[in-house]
Design a protein around this ligand. Structure first.
Ligand SMILES: *Cc1c(COP(=O)(O)O)cnc(C)c1O
Length: 462
């Protein structure tokens, strides 16, 4: 194997013991959970890779910040510390804390969208899509074609297809497009990054047509690391300078701080220009939905931890280790001939379950099959990002066929070690060895009308 594990730039000071169930116990637990990983108890999972959102380990400085948190209702010192950090890193005039990313969407999107409007993105994350649709508007995904081929190894597979974007604006009319959203990194395409060049091109189009450009910024720091590593003219630029340039091309951002700000709860809205009429409206919506605009649905201690985490998340040594851990796992899968959305993206590995189980049709959910096998094999909790998650056509009730059948192993930040990473790889290698013997997938025995994957009950087809 060509890639060496990048040693952790930290050591362990506080320990969270893990329970390891026997294989027989795991088989029983997943059966009791109706073969839905979301219905397992967290304590029954040895390695929990359900998401990298809010599952991060905070540092000693952040925990010290928790004690220093100022709980004043209005104008807490922790609020000022947070907005100073936000202004410094993003170079935006207005920074609004909210309790998580979707809260930012709920506050900002109704100000820009409504019935008859469209929003175009490189790819919408599921809650982002939901908040666009809740305003009455509709979404169009416009990612580059290369993103749809997991085996195609080119950088910046998260990019917007700019030619198609121009065509879409021409077809629908710029006046009907409420905003363009650049999701960095592109979560739904497998944590794939967006290049600075692509951001510049999209910004020029948005400007030409007077369309607002919003960044969905959950993994902005990981994205900046990829720009520094893979885009020649940024090799010698600092992560912070790259972030400032990237954000200079947009007008607003919404951000889940549960990812790259390395906290367990939090989010931000940013408005670049102090004279924007959006600021006063953002404050008003925030007061209605989240709380007074100097706390935005968070405790003072959360604001303090986020202010510190924002800086820890853009540290070059940390990012090198973070992306290195994912690449190490990817290299182990390469050695075993296991396909995944490649090259490895920012926050996890999206294993190509359709390639592992070619005998299992999308109607029997290959991504879910692999997720259940990973739990049985090693107590690893992952999730399906495929037809099982996508659900049924709302008009016909027929199962939709997703572009991919992925099983996502999302890696929490600063949580698992190299030995844990080897457990992940070893489990996938073992499953691959017996993959052809798994003939059938799952059927759904009960499902709720929307976002079914969180709650549905399944059973194996025999
Ligand atoms: C997580 C995420 C969100 C939503 O954020 P929450 O904090 O989970 O509400 C929005 N967009 C992207 C790209 C995300 O990854």
């Amino acid at each position: 194997m060509a890639i060496k594990y990048i040693p952790e730039p930290f050591r362990i000071k506080s320990v969270e013991p893990l329970k390891i169930l026997s294989k027989e116990e795991r088989i029983q637990k997943i059966k009791e959970a109706k073969y839905n990983l979301f219905l397992l108890k967290g304590e029954d999972c040895y390695i929990d890779l359900l998401t990298d959102s809010g599952t991060n380990a905070m540092s000693q400085d952040q925990w010290a910040g928790v004690m220093r948190g100022d709980e004043a209702y209005a104008g807490a010192s922790s609020y000022y510390k947070l907005i100073e950090a936000g202004k410094d890193i993003f170079n935006y005039d207005y920074i609004q804390p909210v309790h998580q990313g979707r809260a930012g969407e709920k506050v900002l999107f109704p100000l820009l969208l409504g019935a008859g409007k469209l929003a175009i993105s490189n790819m919408f994350f599921d809650t982002t899509r939901a908040h666009v649709e809740l305003t009455g508007a509709r979404c169009i995904d416009c990612v580059v074609e290369a993103a749809k081929d997991p085996a195609r190894r080119i950088p910046f597979k998260g990019n917007m297809d700019v030619e198609r974007l121009e065509r879409l604006i021409g077809e629908h009319g710029a006046e009907n497009i409420g905003m363009i959203v650049m999701t960095i990194t592109n979560n739904s395409a497998g944590g794939q990054p967006v290049s600075m060049k692509n951001m510049r091109d999209v910004a020029a189009i948005a400007k030409k047509h007077h369309i607002l450009l919003n960044i969905d910024a959950a993994r902005y720091a990981e994205n900046a690391y990829f720009v520094q590593r893979d885009e020649a003219e940024y090799k010698n630029k600092s992560i912070k300078d790259i972030i400032r340039e990237m954000f200079s091309y947009a007008d607003t951002f919404t951000m889940s701080a549960k990812k790259d700000a390395i906290v367990n709860m939090g989010g931000l809205i940013g408005v670049k220009d102090a004279s924007s009429p959006l600021i006063i409206k953002t404050k008003a919506n925030c007061i209605c939905y989240e709380g007074f605009f100097t706390y935005g649905g968070l405790s003072g201690r959360d604001l303090e931890a986020m202010a510190i985490g924002l800086y820890e998340g853009i540290d070059n040594d940390y990012l090198r280790y973070r992306i290195g851990q994912i690449e190490y796992l990817a290299a182990r899968l390469d050695d075993a001939g296991i396909g995944y959305q490649s090259p490895a993206g920012g926050h996890g590995i999206f294993v190509d379950a359709a390639a592992m189980f070619p005998q299992i049709p999308y109607t029997e959910y290959p991504g879910q099959v692999l997720a259940v096998e990973l739990y049985k094999e090693a107590g690893i909790r992952s999730c399906d990002i495929g037809s099982y998650m996508l659900g049924n056509d709302p008009d016909t009730g027929k199962q939709l066929h997703a572009d991919f059948e992925f099983t996502r192993l999302a890696i929490p930040r600063r949580v698992y070690t190299q030995a844990h990473t080897d457990v992940m790889a070893d489990a996938l290698v073992e499953i691959k060895k017996r993959a052809s013997q798994i003939r059938r997938g799952y059927r759904i025995t009960w499902e709720p009308p929307i976002l079914r994957h969180f709650q549905a009950h399944l059973e194996p087809i025999c």
